[in-house]
Design a protein around this ligand. Structure first.
Ligand SMILES: [Zn+2]
Length: 305
């Protein structure tokens, strides 16, 4: 029997006061999340505030409140700050230096989840990316397929606008997430199914090509979108992990205790490692070591289940 590692979750959302929330999507409190973590073997999580209004009934934990949760559970949580590209002055030349420095002083390890419904190469987005690169803060982005009707930064089929930003900001680490990001694992996706969970054998798509060409692109493995991309064609997934495993990070994206991704990815990773489909180096990297290295976390490299 191989020893299994506890995980670090790089994509977590919590709310503080369930009783006052209109949203039925985001209902997990820090205490509920820690209960889920204890059950599935996650020892630490990175809390991501959501501060853009698109498709949400309210802010999903503002920056200050997120920092306060970390203060309450310093052994369990880290945090990202979240800055909407339109905040402060709503221009394409807003200076974000002081704001990002403020959050860095408070221990923010990155920025996100970025959900503003602007094109990923919008001048305001582009401007903010420059300041985040200068601050050394990585960003987690939720990619949306269209402007209007969605939350998330918008890109077209094939992610050409993301590629433009990856090329223009080589010092900015971008963590990709959501259905239109992971559907690009396969060359056969279409405009119609890119925000969905396409199934079937994979022919290398834009995702593999972008990962190979841009060392500043990383994979956030949260939600059903990554789980679907990995399990639709495990043979391809294991090759993808073999090549890019040092830039992939375990994550869950729990919003609700009924979310199906809570147990799926942890089980798939552990079983794939136990059966020898994932190397020990990549298993260790995906479970913990990549997050520790990339985000500069003070977490121990090994915590066994
Ligand atoms: Zn999320």
């Amino acid at each position: 029997m191989k020893k299994l590692l506890k995980k670090i979750d790089v994509h977590a959302h919590v709310i503080l006061f369930q009783e006052y929330e209109f949203s039925k999507t985001f209902v997990v409190t820090p205490e509920m999340l820690l209960g889920i973590y204890d059950e599935i073997g996650v020892d630490k999580g990175v809390l991501l505030p959501i501060t853009s209004p698109e498709a949400h009934a309210g802010l999903v934990l503002p920056n200050g409140a997120t920092r306060a949760v970390v203060e309450k559970y310093p052994d369990r949580f880290y945090w990202f700050c979240n800055v909407d590209p339109r905040s402060l002055d709503n221009t394409d030349h807003t200076d974000f230096t002081a704001l990002l420095d403020h959050f860095k002083r408070l221990g923010a390890k990155g920025m996100g989840e970025l959900t503003a419904n602007l094109y990923v190469d919008d001048p305001k987005m582009d401007n903010m990316f420059s300041y985040m690169a200068a601050a050394g803060l990585p960003v987690t982005i939720h990619i949306a397929p269209e402007p209007d009707g969605y939350y998330g930064v918008v890109d077209d089929l094939g992610l050409p606008r993301l590629e433009k930003m990856l090329r223009k900001h080589p010092d900015l680490k971008i963590f990709g997430h959501s259905q239109p990001f992971w559907a690009e694992i396969d060359a056969g996706l279409t405009r119609a199914n890119r925000n969905d969970y396409p199934t079937g054998k994979v022919t290398e798509g834009r995702l593999g090509k972008l990962m190979r060409e841009y060392p500043n692109l990383y994979c956030d493995m949260s939600a059903g979108s990554c789980y679907n991309a990995m399990t639709r064609d495990p043979e391809y997934a294991y090759r993808f992990i073999e090549e890019f495993g040092d830039r992939m990070m375990y994550a869950i994206d729990v919003c609700h205790p009924e979310n199906r991704q809570i147990r799926n990815m942890v089980r798939w990773l552990d079983e794939s490692y136990e059966k020898g489909y994932i190397s020990e180096k990549n298993y260790r990297g995906i479970c913990r070591e990549n997050a520790i290295r990339i985000l500069g976390l003070d977490a121990p490299k090994e915590v066994w289940k």
